[in-house]
Design a protein around this ligand. Structure first.
Ligand code: ZN
Length: 228
């Protein structure tokens, strides 16, 4: 049915990139080749701040462009139910991670038994938005890396924190403190927690999670699509 309808649907709703509106050469994708690989400036990890001890690695793919295409795309991802777009970005993110490392890095990581942990949304926000955008990104990342995604109820956001916009780093930290609770510690045993989010701003959210998921012998990885 879908196959028969497709040519007609393309005339009514031509397949275009959700980010820039360019027509798509390959059907079944949401982003054009340019948006996937060239449009956005790569995040510069060298200029990066010092991470807390709990962080084993941090990978961010693109530099956030205030007022630009990426900001618009991330906004749509959050509020306009673009699960497929999130998965596609997660897949691109997974490959950018692998490409940025030494050739045997992925194998070394596999031995640490990584577990992808999308930053949980509070249930009231989840109800409003219909899905967790970080979860969609984690699904795509999983496809690219082969790492599994944690079961949704293993970790919860128990406080619906106020918006982080306009808060200082210190205020953000306070705002997030105690926001997450591990429900089933067994899910995390002997796993390397790898936290997944859409945008890394000051790190308050991902560092808070890394703090509660790490221990004396366990660090956490952090992967985000954008770096603000
Ligand atoms: Zn595009």
């Amino acid at each position: 049915m879908k196959k028969i309808l497709k040519p007609y649907l393309d005339i009514v709703f031509p397949a275009v990139c959700v980010c820039c509106g360019a027509s798509l050469a390959v059907s079944g994708k949401h982003l054009c080749h340019w948006c996937r690989s060239d449009r956005f400036e790569k995040a510069d990890h060298d200029e990066f701040l010092i991470c807390p001890d709990s962080v084993l690695f941090l990978h961010m793919m693109w530099k956030f462009d205030k007022g630009g295409y990426l900001q618009n795309l991330m906004h749509n991802l959050k509020y306009n139910f673009m699960k497929g777009v999130g998965e596609e970005m997660g897949y691109v993110l997974g490959h950018s991670l692998i490409d940025s490392r030494e050739s045997d890095w992925l194998q070394d990581m596999d031995q640490l038994n990584p577990l992808l942990i999308p930053v949980p949304l509070h249930k009231s926000k989840l109800r409003k938005r219909g899905y967790n955008q970080a979860g969609a990104i984690a699904d795509g990342l999983s496809r690219a890396t082969g790492w599994s995604v944690v079961a949704t109820d293993s970790i919860k956001r128990v406080r619906n924190t106020k918006t982080q916009t306009g808060l200082s780093t210190e205020e953000r930290k306070k705002n997030l403190h105690g926001a997450f609770v591990v429900v089933s510690p067994a899910s995390f045993q002997n796993r390397l927690p790898v936290i997944v989010d859409d945008v890394f701003t000051t790190g308050a959210t991902t560092y808070e999670l890394a703090g509660i998921l790490s221990g004396p012998d366990q660090k956490a990885g952090i992967i985000t699509v954008a770096m603000a």
